[in-house]
Design a protein. Sequence first.
Length: 328
Amino acid sequence: MTDHAIKFSAPGGPENLEWVPITVGEPGPGEVRIRHHAVGLNYIDVYFRIGLYPSTLPAGLGMEGAGVIEAVGAGVTHLKVGDRAAYASQPPGAYAEVRVMPAMNVCVLPDDISFETGAAMMLQGLTVQYLLKKTLPPAGLKAGDHILFHAAAGGVGLIACQWAKHLGLKLIGTAGSDEKCALAKAHGAAHVINYNTQDFVKEVKEITGGKGVNVVYDSVGKDTWDGSLSCLAPFGLMASFGNASGPVDPIAPGILGPKGSLYLTRQTLFTHISSREATQAMADDLFAVVSSGAVKIVIDQRYPLKDVAQAHRDLEARKTTGSTILTV
């Protein structure tokens, strides 16, 4: 039987994604071959497809998946043939029935977590882990502190709502419709704001008694940037980790002073999981909070892998909520 993968040969729209036959060989040193049961869909996949993040073409897409290890290369000691496994990893290439890939970020998937959940949670869940546990204002965060989280009804957002509540944080979530706001609220957001019908800066100031929030976690980018800075308390942290609405225009560092001596950072998951040890420690934290039931992974959309073009259209049109998986 011939295996297949999704490839694209030029940057552009979802129509450029092609279902093509592939030949997959044996893993080399430090690599594994994994046969996917499910693959995750993330907005970073769109960035690669449109060329915002460059690729050597033709290229694959996809940064996370879950399946069974079929072969192990020399030097790989933490995985064996037959292991259930899940990962968030570079290089892109998860949109495939089977692939050979670096083993460093591949983790054994606990038996009580399904392949679908594993595929849906690794990139998004590890992102929330480094945001809430590592990307902090100078004074840190403590129970009762307010934080602002944009796109709170998305896959990352719904995990953040639950995990923040588990940590005792008061998450203020924004979303683009009343339905999405209700979803974020149902998953643990302390407050929700529809940024299409409400002034989120005004609402945040009212919720916090005029003080502002200690940190803003922003994956939206251009559309929310200026307002996000205005939501911060003095010495607050602006944590950018995506730009779904487009890249943020260049800013002058001098504006951070008058707004309250603010801190600014641009984070990416792959800096945090740049070693086997760091990856496993973060994954263990994620597995524990999911296995405990404190965080439930919400899978609201499923598409066959070969129909991923439609999944991309729906994602870019903001028609999705929670996590999306591609079934293999």
